[in-house]
Design a protein around this ligand. Structure first.
Ligand code: PFF
Length: 463
């Protein structure tokens, strides 16, 4: 289809780093250890990897080819490919809605990371406690996140940072930023993992991560693994479809998807390698700590484990939280771009105005999410506040549903010739596994997602 004068990523490495930048984020460093910790460690990780390979990768490749073929935002892309069945564009629209919801609650946590970086930089965590008691950090965390002012200010700061990069456009903003940030992030991650592996809990941490106990697996563990895979890969909502609309025709889609999935899984596992050895180094600390693992357990761990080395007790937490900021920014940038591209191209608003509009909407929703953890905590639906509702609905339902529909669209509806041409770059690349790929896309991926849903709804208990 037409290669209009739309912006493009300039280089192949820029394409990989920007897409990996979208995928790698709080999902890997904060959400993955939380989910793995709560769902039994190694067994969860195995199912997670199966979900990445059988459900995630095919959906990612589909998003890439839909985006690159149409050079359009997620909703228009479906509309162009299915002119007679306009309903398909709702897949794109559902994705944009998911993007708005994720961006809002995600920025809250991203804001916390800015606060924690500042606190670590001022050496506050080591000063907070003399006797290494964990509850000082728990108290600090609880009073911080429920405070109406400070988290809101950091959230606003974070969203404005995102705005600033997106406003500079694709090549000068998103690509340049990702090229700089992603290598920095890898380096920091490896340094931190190196230190974590020297702690006394390293052996137990490794066992927790790599020795599966299959008795821990039940339907909710499987749903969590699937949700985590979609969330972590940034798929099921058209985000990577939007990025692919800026890919040049030479980009190898399957190889890019493989690299992104590999980098993403690698970062998640390395984050586990940082966090679990550290957790097991402190008596009484459990990997099932939950979402506060990274914000409560870690400052305590750094403080205790490096008590004799004040320089490390000071620099490592600072580096860790700084790493979280970088990882989150490259992800929120991609969410912003997903929404901006849709609004800009659908409502013909100038890109600049659209960027402000999107920033404004997310600021309002983000502040509400943040307040829902504190002064707004009595406003709940089904016992969940806005922050938790957005997290639960998007990761566990909306993204897998989006992924299911995307797989059905590419597998069954889309002309097979288009799929072949995009995957092989008009026949110039070899792709031996095309039939296997189509089989997985048509049957395994949709059925897999569908069965996990049915199982979660208790369907298998009725018989
Ligand atoms: N994949 C990101 C992470 O793991 O932190 C989260 C994310 C980014 C989800 C972009 C959705 C999205 F569109």
């Amino acid at each position: 289809m037409k290669e209009n004068n739309r912006s493009k990523f300039a280089s192949k490495i820029g394409v990989i780093l920007a897409s990996a930048g979208s995928a790698v984020g709080l999902g890997n460093i904060w959400r993955f250890p939380t989910e793995a910790g709560e769902n039994g460690g190694a067994a969860f990780i195995l199912i997670y990897i199966c979900c990445i390979l059988l459900l995630g990768l095919p959906v990612m490749i589909s998003e890439f080819l839909i985006g690159r073929h149409t050079h359009a935002n997620a909703s228009t892309a479906f509309e162009q490919l299915a002119p007679k069945r306009k309903q398909w564009r709702w897949v794109g629209r559902l994705g944009v809605l998911s993007g708005i919801m994720i961006f809002s609650f995600y920025s809250v946590v991203a804001g916390w990371t800015v606060n924690y970086t500042v606190e670590a930089g001022l050496n506050r965590f080591n000063q907070m406690v003399g006797d290494g008691q964990e509850n000082v950090y728990a108290q600090y965390f609880n009073s911080f996140v429920t405070d109406p002012i400070m988290p809101t200010l950091y959230l606003v700061l974070f969203i404005l940072l995102t705005h600033f990069v997106v406003a500079r456009g694709i090549e000068k903003g998103i690509e340049r930023f990702s090229k700089l940030m992603m290598p920095t992030l890898f380096l920091l991650l490896l340094v931190l993992a190196g230190f974590a592996l020297t702690t006394q809990g390293a052996a137990e941490g490794l066992k927790f991560l790599f020795q599966p106990d299959f008795s821990k697996i039940d339907s909710s563990v499987i749903l969590s693994a699937m949700g985590q895979a979609f969330f972590s890969l940034s798929i099921g909502l058209g985000c990577l479809c939007t990025y692919a609309s800026y890919f040049r025709k030479e980009v190898n889609l399957t190889r890019t998807a493989g690299s992104v999935a590999l980098i993403d899984t690698f970062v998640a596992i390395v984050s586990g390698l940082i966090i679990f050895p550290a957790v097991f180094s402190v008596p009484g600390m459990e990997p099932t700590e939950g979402p506060s693992l990274v914000f409560v357990a870690l400052p305590n761990i750094f403080h205790i484990v490096f008590a004799d080395m004040p320089i490390l007790a000071y620099t490592l937490p600072f580096l860790f939280y700084f790493l979280l900021i970088l990882a989150s920014l490259t992800s929120t940038i991609s969410m912003h771009e997903l929404i901006t591209a849709y609004v800009h191209e659908t409502y013909h608003l100038s890109r600049k105005k659209t960027t402000y509009l999107v920033t404004g909407i997310v600021l309002v929703l983000g502040v509400l999410c943040s307040l829902s953890l504190g002064i707004g905590s009595e406003y709940t639906i089904g016992g969940l506040g806005l922050f938790d509702i957005f997290d639960y609905l998007t990761a566990k339902w909306m993204l897998p549903i989006g992924g299911l529909l995307t797989a059905l669209f590419t597998g069954w509806y889309l002309d097979r010739k288009i799929v072949w041409e995009e995957i092989t770059n008009q026949g110039t690349l070899r792709f031996y596994g095309f039939r296997v790929f189509m089989f997985i896309l048509k049957f395994i991926t949709p059925l897999g997602i569908f069965l996990i849903f049915l199982d979660q709804l208790g369907a298998f208990n009725w018989f």
